[in-house]
Design a protein around this ligand. Structure first.
Ligand code: NAP
Ligand code: ZN
Ligand code: ZN
Length: 349
Protein backbone atom coordinates (compact mmCIF):
# COMPACT_ATOMS: atom_id res chain seq x y z
CA UNK A 1 0.00 0.00 0.00
CA UNK A 2 1.55 3.36 -0.96
CA UNK A 3 2.36 5.60 2.00
CA UNK A 4 2.45 9.34 1.39
CA UNK A 5 3.69 12.27 3.47
CA UNK A 6 0.93 14.39 5.00
CA UNK A 7 0.16 17.19 7.43
CA UNK A 8 -2.27 15.79 9.93
CA UNK A 9 -4.62 16.71 12.75
CA UNK A 10 -4.33 14.61 15.89
CA UNK A 11 -6.93 16.38 18.02
CA UNK A 12 -9.45 19.24 17.73
CA UNK A 13 -7.04 21.66 19.35
CA UNK A 14 -3.44 20.55 18.70
CA UNK A 15 -1.57 22.11 15.76
CA UNK A 16 -1.35 20.00 12.61
CA UNK A 17 1.89 18.01 12.49
CA UNK A 18 3.80 16.00 9.86
CA UNK A 19 2.49 12.48 9.44
CA UNK A 20 1.73 9.89 6.79
CA UNK A 21 -1.35 8.52 5.05
CA UNK A 22 -1.83 5.06 3.59
CA UNK A 23 -3.39 5.09 0.14
CA UNK A 24 -5.05 2.05 -1.41
CA UNK A 25 -3.43 0.20 -4.28
CA UNK A 26 -4.42 1.61 -7.66
CA UNK A 27 -7.53 -0.34 -8.73
CA UNK A 28 -8.70 -0.87 -12.34
CA UNK A 29 -10.62 2.44 -12.43
CA UNK A 30 -8.31 4.40 -10.12
CA UNK A 31 -5.95 7.26 -10.77
CA UNK A 32 -2.89 7.94 -8.59
CA UNK A 33 -2.23 11.67 -8.42
CA UNK A 34 1.02 13.30 -7.33
CA UNK A 35 -0.40 16.30 -5.49
CA UNK A 36 1.31 19.62 -6.29
CA UNK A 37 -0.87 22.02 -4.30
CA UNK A 38 -3.71 21.75 -1.79
CA UNK A 39 -6.00 24.67 -0.95
CA UNK A 40 -7.01 25.55 2.61
CA UNK A 41 -10.80 25.71 2.93
CA UNK A 42 -12.60 26.95 6.02
CA UNK A 43 -14.39 23.57 6.01
CA UNK A 44 -11.03 21.93 6.87
CA UNK A 45 -10.96 24.00 10.04
CA UNK A 46 -14.65 23.42 10.92
CA UNK A 47 -14.06 19.67 10.52
CA UNK A 48 -10.87 19.35 12.56
CA UNK A 49 -12.10 21.65 15.32
CA UNK A 50 -15.22 19.49 15.69
CA UNK A 51 -17.67 22.25 14.67
CA UNK A 52 -19.71 19.76 12.66
CA UNK A 53 -19.42 16.80 15.04
CA UNK A 54 -16.81 14.37 16.26
CA UNK A 55 -14.19 13.15 13.81
CA UNK A 56 -11.67 10.31 14.02
CA UNK A 57 -8.06 11.36 14.55
CA UNK A 58 -5.51 11.30 13.06
CA UNK A 59 -7.23 13.03 10.15
CA UNK A 60 -5.65 14.63 7.10
CA UNK A 61 -7.95 17.23 5.57
CA UNK A 62 -7.85 19.13 2.25
CA UNK A 63 -10.33 18.92 -0.61
CA UNK A 64 -8.86 21.38 -3.08
CA UNK A 65 -6.33 19.18 -4.81
CA UNK A 66 -4.31 19.82 -7.96
CA UNK A 67 -1.54 17.71 -9.40
CA UNK A 68 -0.32 15.29 -12.05
CA UNK A 69 -1.47 11.76 -12.87
CA UNK A 70 1.29 9.36 -11.83
CA UNK A 71 -0.38 6.04 -12.57
CA UNK A 72 -3.71 4.76 -13.89
CA UNK A 73 -5.59 1.48 -13.53
CA UNK A 74 -6.03 -0.72 -16.61
CA UNK A 75 -9.68 0.30 -17.16
CA UNK A 76 -9.15 4.05 -16.87
CA UNK A 77 -10.10 5.90 -20.04
CA UNK A 78 -10.56 9.53 -18.99
CA UNK A 79 -7.05 10.29 -17.76
CA UNK A 80 -3.49 9.27 -18.56
CA UNK A 81 -0.10 9.54 -16.90
CA UNK A 82 1.16 13.14 -17.00
CA UNK A 83 -2.29 14.76 -17.23
CA UNK A 84 -2.98 17.87 -15.14
CA UNK A 85 -5.87 16.99 -12.85
CA UNK A 86 -7.78 17.99 -9.75
CA UNK A 87 -9.98 16.49 -7.05
CA UNK A 88 -12.55 18.36 -5.01
CA UNK A 89 -14.81 17.43 -2.11
CA UNK A 90 -16.02 14.05 -3.40
CA UNK A 91 -14.16 10.82 -4.17
CA UNK A 92 -17.11 8.47 -4.67
CA UNK A 93 -20.90 8.16 -4.87
CA UNK A 94 -23.29 5.36 -5.86
CA UNK A 95 -23.53 6.58 -9.48
CA UNK A 96 -26.87 4.75 -9.82
CA UNK A 97 -29.42 6.87 -7.97
CA UNK A 98 -31.56 9.51 -9.67
CA UNK A 99 -29.41 12.35 -8.39
CA UNK A 100 -26.13 10.73 -9.43
CA UNK A 101 -27.57 9.97 -12.86
CA UNK A 102 -28.65 13.62 -13.11
CA UNK A 103 -25.04 14.69 -12.53
CA UNK A 104 -25.73 15.82 -8.98
CA UNK A 105 -23.42 13.39 -7.18
CA UNK A 106 -23.19 15.84 -4.28
CA UNK A 107 -26.81 14.96 -3.55
CA UNK A 108 -26.32 11.19 -4.01
CA UNK A 109 -29.29 9.53 -2.35
CA UNK A 110 -26.97 7.02 -0.69
CA UNK A 111 -24.56 9.76 0.36
CA UNK A 112 -21.38 10.68 -1.48
CA UNK A 113 -17.95 9.90 -0.05
CA UNK A 114 -16.18 13.00 1.22
CA UNK A 115 -12.56 13.42 0.17
CA UNK A 116 -11.66 13.39 3.86
CA UNK A 117 -13.52 12.17 6.93
CA UNK A 118 -15.71 10.06 4.66
CA UNK A 119 -16.15 6.30 4.81
CA UNK A 120 -14.59 4.61 1.82
CA UNK A 121 -15.96 1.42 0.27
CA UNK A 122 -13.40 -0.63 2.20
CA UNK A 123 -14.62 0.91 5.47
CA UNK A 124 -11.58 3.09 6.06
CA UNK A 125 -11.82 6.83 6.72
CA UNK A 126 -10.86 8.88 3.69
CA UNK A 127 -7.85 11.19 4.04
CA UNK A 128 -7.52 14.43 2.14
CA UNK A 129 -5.16 16.56 0.17
CA UNK A 130 -2.69 18.00 2.69
CA UNK A 131 -0.50 15.17 1.40
CA UNK A 132 1.76 14.27 -1.49
CA UNK A 133 -0.46 11.74 -3.24
CA UNK A 134 -4.01 10.39 -3.49
CA UNK A 135 -5.79 7.51 -5.23
CA UNK A 136 -9.22 8.40 -6.65
CA UNK A 137 -11.73 6.76 -8.98
CA UNK A 138 -11.41 8.37 -12.41
CA UNK A 139 -15.01 9.64 -12.36
CA UNK A 140 -14.12 12.05 -9.55
CA UNK A 141 -10.95 13.35 -11.20
CA UNK A 142 -11.25 16.65 -13.11
CA UNK A 143 -9.18 17.95 -15.99
CA UNK A 144 -7.33 21.20 -15.24
CA UNK A 145 -7.12 23.47 -18.29
CA UNK A 146 -3.53 24.22 -19.34
CA UNK A 147 -3.90 27.96 -18.78
CA UNK A 148 -4.66 27.62 -15.05
CA UNK A 149 -1.55 27.10 -12.90
CA UNK A 150 -1.86 24.31 -10.32
CA UNK A 151 -1.78 26.62 -7.30
CA UNK A 152 -4.68 28.60 -8.72
CA UNK A 153 -6.58 25.55 -9.90
CA UNK A 154 -6.67 23.94 -6.46
CA UNK A 155 -9.11 26.41 -4.81
CA UNK A 156 -11.47 26.14 -7.78
CA UNK A 157 -12.18 22.53 -6.79
CA UNK A 158 -14.15 23.69 -3.73
CA UNK A 159 -14.40 27.49 -3.49
CA UNK A 160 -14.90 27.77 -7.25
CA UNK A 161 -17.59 25.14 -7.71
CA UNK A 162 -19.42 25.95 -4.46
CA UNK A 163 -20.06 29.47 -5.72
CA UNK A 164 -20.41 28.69 -9.43
CA UNK A 165 -23.16 26.14 -8.77
CA UNK A 166 -25.68 28.43 -7.00
CA UNK A 167 -24.87 31.34 -9.32
CA UNK A 168 -25.79 29.13 -12.28
CA UNK A 169 -28.74 27.46 -10.58
CA UNK A 170 -30.33 30.82 -9.69
CA UNK A 171 -29.49 32.27 -13.12
CA UNK A 172 -27.05 35.03 -12.23
CA UNK A 173 -26.38 36.95 -15.42
CA UNK A 174 -27.06 40.14 -17.33
CA UNK A 175 -29.87 42.08 -15.66
CA UNK A 176 -29.58 40.34 -12.28
CA UNK A 177 -28.35 41.99 -9.12
CA UNK A 178 -26.21 39.69 -7.01
CA UNK A 179 -24.81 40.36 -3.55
CA UNK A 180 -21.99 38.31 -2.06
CA UNK A 181 -21.78 38.26 1.73
CA UNK A 182 -18.23 37.71 3.04
CA UNK A 183 -15.12 38.31 0.94
CA UNK A 184 -13.04 35.26 1.85
CA UNK A 185 -12.10 32.19 -0.19
CA UNK A 186 -15.59 31.42 -1.46
CA UNK A 187 -16.72 35.03 -1.51
CA UNK A 188 -13.97 36.33 -3.76
CA UNK A 189 -14.62 33.52 -6.24
CA UNK A 190 -18.35 34.32 -6.13
CA UNK A 191 -17.55 37.93 -7.07
CA UNK A 192 -15.29 36.96 -9.96
CA UNK A 193 -17.70 34.35 -11.32
CA UNK A 194 -20.85 36.47 -10.93
CA UNK A 195 -19.10 39.34 -12.71
CA UNK A 196 -18.00 37.04 -15.55
CA UNK A 197 -21.58 35.77 -15.86
CA UNK A 198 -22.65 39.37 -16.46
CA UNK A 199 -24.45 40.13 -13.18
CA UNK A 200 -24.29 43.44 -11.32
CA UNK A 201 -22.28 42.48 -8.24
CA UNK A 202 -22.25 43.97 -4.74
CA UNK A 203 -19.95 42.88 -1.93
CA UNK A 204 -21.29 42.94 1.61
CA UNK A 205 -18.26 42.67 3.86
CA UNK A 206 -17.87 43.39 7.56
CA UNK A 207 -15.80 46.49 6.83
CA UNK A 208 -14.50 48.50 3.87
CA UNK A 209 -10.93 47.19 4.40
CA UNK A 210 -10.98 45.02 1.28
CA UNK A 211 -12.95 47.43 -0.91
CA UNK A 212 -10.18 48.01 -3.48
CA UNK A 213 -9.75 44.28 -3.89
CA UNK A 214 -13.47 43.64 -4.24
CA UNK A 215 -13.79 46.22 -6.99
CA UNK A 216 -10.72 44.79 -8.73
CA UNK A 217 -12.31 41.32 -8.65
CA UNK A 218 -15.29 42.70 -10.56
CA UNK A 219 -17.71 44.04 -7.95
CA UNK A 220 -19.71 47.09 -8.98
CA UNK A 221 -20.51 48.13 -5.41
CA UNK A 222 -19.08 47.46 -1.97
CA UNK A 223 -20.70 48.04 1.42
CA UNK A 224 -19.78 47.46 5.05
CA UNK A 225 -22.28 45.39 7.00
CA UNK A 226 -21.03 46.96 10.25
CA UNK A 227 -22.72 50.16 9.08
CA UNK A 228 -26.49 49.99 9.79
CA UNK A 229 -27.10 52.45 6.94
CA UNK A 230 -26.13 49.67 4.50
CA UNK A 231 -29.27 47.73 5.38
CA UNK A 232 -31.51 50.77 4.92
CA UNK A 233 -29.91 51.87 1.68
CA UNK A 234 -30.03 48.40 0.06
CA UNK A 235 -33.50 47.29 1.18
CA UNK A 236 -35.13 45.26 -1.62
CA UNK A 237 -32.08 45.66 -3.89
CA UNK A 238 -31.03 42.12 -4.86
CA UNK A 239 -32.32 39.19 -6.89
CA UNK A 240 -29.80 36.82 -5.38
CA UNK A 241 -27.65 36.92 -2.28
CA UNK A 242 -24.90 34.33 -1.88
CA UNK A 243 -23.97 34.04 1.78
CA UNK A 244 -20.45 32.66 2.24
CA UNK A 245 -20.01 33.60 5.89
CA UNK A 246 -18.57 30.89 8.14
CA UNK A 247 -20.37 32.29 11.22
CA UNK A 248 -24.07 32.91 11.91
CA UNK A 249 -25.50 36.12 10.44
CA UNK A 250 -28.76 37.97 11.08
CA UNK A 251 -30.68 36.37 8.22
CA UNK A 252 -33.73 38.60 8.58
CA UNK A 253 -31.56 41.65 8.00
CA UNK A 254 -30.19 40.15 4.78
CA UNK A 255 -33.57 38.80 3.62
CA UNK A 256 -34.84 42.37 3.73
CA UNK A 257 -32.33 43.17 1.00
CA UNK A 258 -34.10 40.85 -1.48
CA UNK A 259 -36.31 42.14 -4.30
CA UNK A 260 -39.51 40.42 -5.47
CA UNK A 261 -38.90 36.66 -5.82
CA UNK A 262 -35.34 37.11 -4.60
CA UNK A 263 -33.40 34.27 -2.99
CA UNK A 264 -30.67 34.14 -0.41
CA UNK A 265 -28.52 31.04 -0.82
CA UNK A 266 -26.36 30.04 2.11
CA UNK A 267 -23.20 28.16 1.32
CA UNK A 268 -21.48 29.26 4.53
CA UNK A 269 -21.77 26.46 7.05
CA UNK A 270 -21.71 27.55 10.69
CA UNK A 271 -22.82 24.69 12.93
CA UNK A 272 -25.55 26.55 14.76
CA UNK A 273 -29.19 26.33 13.62
CA UNK A 274 -30.44 29.60 12.14
CA UNK A 275 -33.70 31.39 12.66
CA UNK A 276 -35.79 33.27 10.12
CA UNK A 277 -38.93 35.30 10.72
CA UNK A 278 -41.51 33.95 8.28
CA UNK A 279 -43.00 37.40 7.77
CA UNK A 280 -39.69 38.49 6.28
CA UNK A 281 -40.03 35.66 3.74
CA UNK A 282 -43.65 36.53 2.96
CA UNK A 283 -42.59 40.01 1.95
CA UNK A 284 -41.52 40.10 -1.71
CA UNK A 285 -42.18 36.30 -1.91
CA UNK A 286 -38.59 35.69 -0.81
CA UNK A 287 -36.78 32.34 -0.61
CA UNK A 288 -34.10 31.05 1.68
CA UNK A 289 -32.02 28.23 0.20
CA UNK A 290 -28.83 26.28 0.60
CA UNK A 291 -26.40 24.75 -1.86
CA UNK A 292 -23.68 22.13 -1.54
CA UNK A 293 -20.54 22.12 -3.73
CA UNK A 294 -21.46 20.96 -7.28
CA UNK A 295 -21.63 17.84 -9.44
CA UNK A 296 -18.68 16.47 -11.35
CA UNK A 297 -19.89 17.59 -14.79
CA UNK A 298 -20.60 21.08 -13.46
CA UNK A 299 -17.19 21.18 -11.77
CA UNK A 300 -15.57 20.50 -15.14
CA UNK A 301 -17.79 23.15 -16.70
CA UNK A 302 -16.67 25.62 -14.01
CA UNK A 303 -12.97 24.87 -14.63
CA UNK A 304 -13.44 25.39 -18.36
CA UNK A 305 -15.47 28.56 -17.71
CA UNK A 306 -12.71 29.97 -15.50
CA UNK A 307 -10.09 29.19 -18.15
CA UNK A 308 -12.20 30.78 -20.87
CA UNK A 309 -12.84 33.94 -18.83
CA UNK A 310 -9.33 34.19 -17.36
CA UNK A 311 -10.67 33.80 -13.82
CA UNK A 312 -8.52 32.42 -11.03
CA UNK A 313 -8.40 32.77 -7.27
CA UNK A 314 -6.00 35.08 -5.46
CA UNK A 315 -3.70 32.73 -3.63
CA UNK A 316 -1.01 32.90 -0.99
CA UNK A 317 1.25 29.87 -1.40
CA UNK A 318 2.55 28.52 1.90
CA UNK A 319 4.83 25.74 3.08
CA UNK A 320 3.18 22.95 5.04
CA UNK A 321 4.66 24.14 8.33
CA UNK A 322 2.90 27.49 7.87
CA UNK A 323 -0.55 25.93 7.78
CA UNK A 324 -1.30 26.39 11.49
CA UNK A 325 -0.66 30.13 11.23
CA UNK A 326 -2.71 30.21 8.04
CA UNK A 327 -5.66 28.62 9.84
CA UNK A 328 -5.52 31.31 12.51
CA UNK A 329 -5.54 33.97 9.82
CA UNK A 330 -8.56 32.35 8.14
CA UNK A 331 -10.36 32.35 11.49
CA UNK A 332 -9.54 36.04 11.88
CA UNK A 333 -10.96 36.86 8.37
CA UNK A 334 -7.38 37.77 7.44
CA UNK A 335 -7.03 35.66 4.29
CA UNK A 336 -6.28 37.28 0.93
CA UNK A 337 -7.96 35.17 -0.40
CA UNK A 338 -6.97 31.51 -0.32
CA UNK A 339 -4.00 29.81 1.28
CA UNK A 340 -2.57 27.02 -0.84
CA UNK A 341 -0.05 24.51 0.46
CA UNK A 342 2.93 23.71 -1.76
CA UNK A 343 2.99 19.98 -1.06
CA UNK A 344 6.65 19.66 -2.12
CA UNK A 345 7.34 21.11 1.35
CA UNK A 346 5.84 18.00 2.97
CA UNK A 347 8.98 15.97 2.42
CA UNK A 348 9.41 12.73 0.52
CA UNK A 349 6.48 10.54 -0.36
P1 NAP B 1 -13.28 32.19 4.66
O1 NAP B 1 -12.22 32.30 3.63
O2 NAP B 1 -12.92 32.23 6.09
O3 NAP B 1 -14.38 33.33 4.32
C1 NAP B 1 -15.46 33.60 5.16
C2 NAP B 1 -15.70 35.10 5.18
O4 NAP B 1 -16.86 35.32 5.97
C3 NAP B 1 -14.61 35.90 5.84
O5 NAP B 1 -13.57 36.22 4.97
C4 NAP B 1 -15.36 37.13 6.28
O6 NAP B 1 -15.52 38.02 5.17
C5 NAP B 1 -16.73 36.59 6.62
N1 NAP B 1 -16.88 36.38 8.07
C6 NAP B 1 -16.16 35.55 8.86
N2 NAP B 1 -16.60 35.62 10.14
C7 NAP B 1 -17.62 36.49 10.13
C8 NAP B 1 -18.50 36.97 11.16
N3 NAP B 1 -18.39 36.56 12.43
N4 NAP B 1 -19.46 37.85 10.79
C9 NAP B 1 -19.58 38.27 9.52
N5 NAP B 1 -18.77 37.85 8.53
C10 NAP B 1 -17.81 36.98 8.83
O7 NAP B 1 -14.08 30.82 4.48
P2 NAP B 1 -14.40 29.99 3.13
O8 NAP B 1 -13.36 28.95 2.95
O9 NAP B 1 -14.72 30.93 2.05
O10 NAP B 1 -15.72 29.21 3.60
C11 NAP B 1 -16.88 29.95 3.96
C12 NAP B 1 -17.92 29.03 4.55
O11 NAP B 1 -18.44 28.20 3.50
C13 NAP B 1 -17.41 28.06 5.62
O12 NAP B 1 -18.41 27.93 6.62
C14 NAP B 1 -17.26 26.76 4.87
O13 NAP B 1 -17.33 25.63 5.69
C15 NAP B 1 -18.43 26.83 3.95
N6 NAP B 1 -18.36 25.98 2.77
C16 NAP B 1 -19.52 25.44 2.34
C17 NAP B 1 -19.53 24.67 1.20
C18 NAP B 1 -20.82 24.14 0.68
O14 NAP B 1 -20.80 23.20 -0.12
N7 NAP B 1 -21.96 24.69 1.09
C19 NAP B 1 -18.35 24.43 0.50
C20 NAP B 1 -17.18 25.04 0.96
C21 NAP B 1 -17.18 25.81 2.09
P3 NAP B 1 -15.39 39.62 5.35
O15 NAP B 1 -14.10 39.84 6.06
O16 NAP B 1 -15.44 40.11 3.97
O17 NAP B 1 -16.58 40.07 6.15
ZN1 ZN C 1 -14.15 23.42 0.92
ZN1 ZN D 1 -26.08 8.20 -5.93
Amino acid sequence: MPTVAAYTATSPTAPLTPGTVERREVGPKDVLIDIAYAGVCHSDIHTVRGDWGEVPYPLTVGHEIAGVVARVGEEVTAHKVGDRVGVGCMVDSCRECANCLAGAEQYCLRGFTDTYNGTDRDGTTTQGGYSTGIVVDEHFVLRIPDTIPFEKAAPLLCAGITTYSPLRNWNAGPGTKVAVVGLGGLGHMAVKIAHALGAEVTVLSQSLKKREDGLRFGADHYHATADPATFEQLAGAFDLIVNTVSAPIDLDAYLNLLALDGTIVSVGAPPEPVSVTLFTLFENRRSFAGSKIGGIAQTQEMLDFCAEHGIAPEVEVIAADEVNDAWERVLASDVRYRFVIDTSTLGGS
